[in-house]
Design a protein around this ligand. Structure first.
Ligand SMILES: Cc1cc2nc3c(=O)[nH]c(=O)nc-3n(C[C@H](O)[C@H](O)[C@H](O)COP(=O)(O)OP(=O)(O)OC[C@H]3O[C@@H](n4cnc5c(N)ncnc54)[C@H](O)[C@@H]3O)c2cc1C
Length: 386
């Protein structure tokens, strides 16, 4: 592949080495058991990779989104799935950009030391879906605390996290000037909340992704757990989403390289009609096509990272990177499966597992249509469609 050397060579090597200790069999077994890769995640946390963006003053190495994206890319490129950890990485961005100094001192050193997980972000609701400003979960301020009632759906990694970032409406939609106003974000201590106003129910799903329905029934959150200013939570979430989209793009790039590499390997090894199948243009051209698309998407991913790290507007590039990379990884997944013929469907080749995993990124964390809509409105100046 073209992109073998870049300035993050040392990070790549170190993450590859760690991931190399967790072979395909490990992830295959976890997938079969619908388990969580606890040992793998602990190893990543202990090595400090998941707190990469935490500044030195709070105990982290102070790396940027570009470096963090290289870490998640390498995880996916190794055959693992960053879906088990990426929430932790992008929630750190939300804390860094919006928390008070006291909150940063309270949480960041333990997160950097790998002792505290902030894996979950609760935005999506069953009755409103992508129409986030209509969320019905409310947080009402009362005697030094907020009382939360409502419901969320598809909230991931809650069972493997200590903390969760929660978006709730603090001013009714009917009383705000703009519908994006009047929502706030909070840090929820999951150990205190579950069983005391928060009930969770796992959602079995196509990917081995730990994700849940959440039910809030008078959950009390201390006032000091409000992040930033009350009513500005949606803006804070959007900033975090640019990081999330860029990281997902990098994961898809990692998947894309994995699929292309596996397809090339199999095309060279598999002999049919007395020659490697890769000698046929009908087999090699789709792999070449997949490679070109992954490389092209990778450029937009690095563009988005660069803008984010220099604190320049990056909404368009983050969305475009996510769109291109998710499309490229899905194309590469199809090509890899086709190249493997029947064996692509056998669990032991891991292609079908990665195929399922990478499919998610056309839908979550933002669906392709919503990216088209963003570009139509914000880049092209077309009328807002909803
Ligand atoms: C495995 C998994 C993990 C997830 N993890 C989390 C998480 O941790 N936290 C969290 O908050 N959410 C999470 N989500 C939710 C995810 O972000 C949403 O599923 C996604 O944003 C799409 O929302 P929806 O499912 O409600 O689809 P809907 O909003 O119901 O949309 C359904 C379809 O209609 C299309 N559509 C809707 N409106 C329009 C329109 N105006 N124009 C064109 N097309 C439109 C959409 O593109 C989509 O394809 C997760 C989802 C999954 C599947």
């Amino acid at each position: 592949m073209i992109n073998q050397s870049d300035e993050h060579h040392e990070i790549r090597e170190a993450v590859r080495q760690l991931c190399g200790q967790f072979p395909d069999e490990y992830f295959r077994k976890i997938d079969e058991q619908r388990g969580y890769p606890e040992t793998f995640v602990n190893a990543l946390m202990q090595a400090g990779w998941l707190g990469a963006m935490i500044p030195e003053e709070y105990g982290g190495p102070g790396l940027g989104l570009t470096a963090a994206s290289v870490i998640v890319e390498e995880i996916n490129r190794s055959g693992a799935n960053s879906g088990a950890i990426h929430g932790h990485v992008y929630n750190i961005v939300t804390l860094l950009r919006n928390c008070s100094e006291a909150q940063k001192r309270k949480y960041l050193p333990d997160i950097a030391a790998g002792k505290l997980r902030i894996q979950s972000m609760a935005v999506t609701e069953p009755t409103t879906g992508t129409d986030t400003t209509k969320i019905k979960t409310v947080a009402v301020k009362k005697d030094g605390r907020y009382v939360v009632n409502g419901q969320k759906v598809w909230i991931s990694r809650v069972q493997h996290s200590d903390l969760m970032v929660l978006l709730a409406r603090t001013t009714p939609l009917s009383e705000v000037r703009k519908k994006s106003e009047g929502m706030s974000i909070f840090i929820v201590d999951l150990h205190r909340a579950i069983g005391n106003g928060l009930t969770i129910r796992a959602i079995p799903n196509m990917v081995n992704h730990e994700t849940n329905e959440l039910f809030f029934d008078d959950l009390e959150i201390p006032e000091e757990n409000l992040i930033g200013e009350e009513g500005r939570g949606f803006k804070y979430i959007l900033e975090g989403l640019n990081a999330e989209r860029t990281l997902i793009a990098a994961e898809c790039i990692g998947d894309g390289y994995w699929f292309v590499n596996r397809a090339v390997r199999y095309a060279n090894e598999r002999v049919v009609f007395d020659r490697p199948i890769g000698k046929n243009q009908g087999v090699q051209f789709p792999i070449a096509d997949a490679c070109i698309e992954v490389e092209a998407a990778n450029l937009m991913r690095f563009k988005a990272c660069e803008l984010f790290d220099s604190r320049k507007p990056c909404g368009a590039q983050a969305n475009m990177a996510k769109y291109l990379a998710a499309k490229a990884s899905w194309n590469a997944a199809n090509v890899c499966l086709q190249t493997h013929g029947g064996f692509g469907f056998a669990n032991e080749y891991d292609v079908e597992r990665k195929f399922r995993e990478t499919r998610l990124y056309q839908v979550a964390p933002v669906s392709t249509n919503l990216i088209y809509s963003y570009v139509a409105e914000h880049v092209l100046g077309l009328p807002r469609s909803f």
